[in-house]
Ligand binder design. Structure first.
Ligand code: SF4
Length: 86
């Protein structure tokens, strides 16, 4: 069980192919509470990651959709999370 929790690429649904799976991964407890499967996709997340087999343009990514809001990119989020608290 703990090994599967540490491998977000094995999650079902959109959390399994999301751009942010390694910095987010969604709530495993909410997935379990709603679906009975702790590896299911996060039920309350409104983000719609691009499916790997989709021909939807790459511009439909979080970064592109939120560029005007100043939201952080995936790499910026990863850097912020790995930085020691100041
Ligand atoms: S952003 Fe949403 S879809 Fe992506 S990993 Fe997090 S909860 Fe899942």
């Amino acid at each position: 069980m703990f090994r599967s929790l540490r491998q977000p690429e094995g999650y079902a649904g959109k959390c399994g192919y999301c751009d942010f799976q390694d910095v987010c991964g969604g709530s495993r407890s909410r997935a379990w509470a709603v679906s009975g499967n702790y590896l299911a996709s996060e039920p309350y997340c409104t983000y719609r990651p691009r499916r790997p087999d989709s021909d939807r343009p790459a511009s439909n990514t979080y970064r592109e959709n939120h560029a005007e809001t100043g939201a952080l990119s995936r790499d910026e989020v990863a850097d912020a999370l790995s930085a020691p608290p100041s």
